[in-house]
Design a protein around this ligand. Sequence first.
Ligand SMILES: [Fe+2]
Ligand SMILES: [Fe+2]
Length: 162
Amino acid sequence: MLGKTVEEALNRQINRELYSAYLYLAMSAYFETANLKGFAKWMRIQAKEEQSHAFKFYDYVIARGGKASLLPIEAPRAKWASAGKVFEDVYAHEQKVTGMINALVDLAIKEKDHATFEVLQWFVKEQVEEEEHASEILGKIKSIGDVPGHLFYLDHEIGKRE
Ligand SMILES: [Fe+2]
Ligand SMILES: [Fe+2]
């Protein structure tokens, strides 16, 4: 049985993962209007991945006999000045999420909840990848020069994501 404090924290994380999905979908919509279809596709896949993170937590809460409660999802911003600015936000956002996951690990330790600790280890590793991918793409955009005309090659590259 899941303790109340851990249950509440996991439900907040479900919400944050769904917000991440919403944020990346907003970024995808921005790239659609900027005619950067490859970036739009990458973001759409990213949104799905975040949704799957939310579902992982959701399934876990239920598996432990907890109650999944769905909180309102904050609206993401809709406009960015450039692709570089979008990926600066992605990188900053993923760093913030890493902090949230680490705080959950701290809580699991404090509450002596070994099962939650174990589930969170997958997220600890996932966040390393998430930060790595965001900073890698941000670096590529910076090296090309964050100018729409220069981004089309990179857009094609990024769009290869399956
Ligand atoms: Fe996530
Ligand atoms: Fe993420």
